[in-house]
Structure formats: C-alpha cells, structure tokens
Design a protein around this ligand. Structure first.
Ligand SMILES: NC(=O)c1ccc[n+]([C@@H]2O[C@H](COP(=O)([O-])OP(=O)(O)OC[C@H]3O[C@@H](n4cnc5c(N)ncnc54)[C@H](OP(=O)(O)O)[C@@H]3O)[C@@H](O)[C@H]2O)c1
Length: 303
C-alpha cells in the first residue's frame, strides 16, 4: 500500500482526479501518482475497466479509487465530481484532464456527429471538469490543473485535421484559463505529448479504414505510417512522469512538450514557412499536390 508522505513527493496525500485512466497515458499517470503517495481518484467508463485498473494497482501494492465518468455527458460529469467531493475533504486539489479520443480522416470525410463527439470529449469535457473543480480550488486558495493536449495541436497534420483542431482549441483555452485563475492560486499547465504507444494510434488507423474522399496514396500511406510509429515509439510512462512533475512542481511550467518528436517538431513547425511545411506534409502523407493531368483526347488528323 502506498503510504502518504513516505514517498518524498511533496504533494503526497493530496487528492487528484485523473480522467480517462483505463489505459495508455491515464493509467500510467494514475499508477505513477499512486506510487508516490497521491490520493488518486481515477475516472473510468465501466466497472469492468475499473476492476482491471484496480487489479493493476493492487499488483504493484498500490491503492487508488475509481469513479464512473463520461466526460462527454454533462450529467455524468456533475455526478462524478459530486462523488469526488464526498470522497475527499472539500474536493480534489488537482485535476488531470487526460481523457481523449482520436479522429483521423480527411476534413471532408468527418461527419458533424463525429466532429461533435471529438470536441465534446477533447475540449468541452475537459472544460466541464475544470468548471466543476475550480470552486474547490478557489475555496482552498489553490490547486492544479493539467490538460493533456498533443504535439498535433501545434503541428496540424493532414488526415488528422479535426483532432489537431480539438487540441489546438484546448491549448488556446488552457492559456486563457491559466491567466484567469492565477489570482486564485490555481496553476494550469498544458502537456503536449508526441507519439506514444497506446490504443489511440490503433483507433486512428481504424478511422482511416472508412470513407476516403481524397483518394490517392494518402489514407494507405497514413495507415502504414501510424502503424509503424505505434510499433516503434515508447509506452506512455514518459508522459506520466512529466504530468506528475507538473503536478508537484512549486512553479509548474505553462507548457510541457514530451518526447523528442514533439520537442523537435513544434519549434521547427513554428519557424518553417508554410509553403515548405505544406511540401513536407504532401511528401510524407502521399497526398497529391497537383491535379492529375487530364487525359488528352486523340487529335484527329485530316487525311
Ligand atoms: N498516445 C499518443 O501518442 C498521444 C499523443 C498526444 C496526445 N495524446 C493524448 O493523451 C490522452 C490519452 O490518450 P492515450 O494515448 O492514453 O489513449 P487511450 O489509451 O485510448 O486512452 C484514452 C482514455 O480516454 C478515455 N475516454 C475516451 N472517451 C472518454 C469519455 N467520453 N469520457 C471519459 N473517458 C473517455 C478512455 O476510456 P475507455 O477505455 O473507456 O475508452 C481511455 O481511458 C488523450 O487526450 C490523447 O489525445 C496521446
């Protein structure tokens, strides 16, 4: 069992809500925080997945608690956060908005319904949780919020336009939230991971198996690229480590880019002229840059 205060983490014993903790970055974060003595309340969408997480924690000699939460559902958000308030003294000290979904596909192939769901989870859901947690933090005179964005929020990637847009929006709103809540002692950070092996990339590959309006090599090349990336990149632990550091730092940074790809590509993209970055994206994705030459009709030669 993790013993509060015995880990050397200066925040040991404090309560933190980690959303989307059933796998990938969320599970790694919940387990890491529990391991250094935080009182972790991990959110899950089913009892079955809660049992898997609790078993993983127990297997490491750790304790954490779970709450059912669907961030896309306002009622579920209110009920879950009310439950967290009952489980803690005056609500959690910190929140990690990690729950997220991918949405791969050309902009014109993503339906309103798919786009709405993506924005509900990746943007509105995170902000709903912030809105529900901020009164606890104000009453206490401080708290921490860590929002998990993506390197793709600052490096828009073709066939991932809607996902990039959702994370770009999360980045912008996190910036404003940080400024608006500083006076209340709330410190807000954005974590921008590059690619890490989780179920997310598999889901993105599955998205690319549906409609393909753009044609050409684009979808096929992106499926191969995502699959190859997922096989080669590390697991989610480095992201969990950075989230834990952001939560316990005396002066957390506004932004943390995690992974060589994110740390290299974000500044590079900012400095690169658009025409050049467009060329690179065409070359990497295989999306054609010019229209195919129209077949010319045979010229009739008069005898
Ligand atoms: N992996 C990467 O390379 C990468 C890179 C950059 C950013 N990120 C970001 O990192 C975060 C975690 O992603 P991951 O890679 O760890 O993916 P993951 O393994 O697929 O985990 C996503 C988590 O979000 C949960 N979730 C999905 N929809 C939800 C909803 N409506 N309400 C509550 N929870 C919901 C999932 O729960 P279920 O198990 O119930 O579906 C799961 O626990 C996301 O915000 C993602 O955008 C990931």
């Amino acid at each position: 069992m993790a013993i509060a205060g015995a880990s050397g983490d200066r925040c040991a014993g404090r309560s933190v809500v980690v959303t989307g903790a059933t796998g990938g970055i969320g599970a790694a974060t919940a387990l890491r925080l529990a391991g250094v003595g935080w009182d972790v309340i991990a959110t899950v969408r089913s009892h079955e997945k809660a049992d898997v997480l609790l078993a993983a924690a127990a297997g490491r000699g750790l304790a954490l608690r779970t709450v059912l939460l669907d961030v896309a559902d306002p009622v579920s958000c209110r009920e879950a956060m009310a439950q967290v308030e009952d489980m803690t003294t005056g609500g959690a000290w910190a929140v990690v908005n990690n729950a997220g979904v991918p949405q791969a596909g050309a902009v014109e192939d993503v339906s309103d319904e798919q786009a709405r769901h993506l924005l509900e989870v990746n943007l509105l859901g995170a902000m709903r949780i912030c809105r529900l947690a901020l009164p606890w933090m104000r009453r206490r005179g401080g708290g921490r919020i860590v929002n998990v964005s993506s390197g793709l929020g600052r490096v828009p990637w073709p066939l991932g336009g809607w996902y990039s847009a959702s994370k770009h929006a999360l980045s912008a709103i996190t910036h404003c939230l940080r400024v608006e809540t500083a006076h209340a002692g709330v410190r807000v950070s954005l974590v921008e991971p590059g690619a890490f092996a989780t179920a997310m990339l598999d889901r993105a590959v599955a998205d690319l198996s549906s409609v393909d309006s753009v044609g050409g090599a684009g979808y096929e090349r992106s499926r191969t690229l995502f699959t190859a990336v997922n096989e080669r990149v590390p697991g989610p632990e480095p992201v969990a480590k950075v989230i834990a550091a952001a939560l316990s730092a005396r002066r957390p940074k506004a932004r943390y880019s995690v992974g060589l790809d994110a740390r290299f590509l974000i500044p590079l993209h900012t400095m690169t002229p658009l025409w050049l970055s467009d060329r690179v994206k065409h070359a990497v994705t295989g999306l054609p840059r010019t229209a195919p030459t129209a077949p010319t009709a045979p010229v009739e030669v008069a005898a």
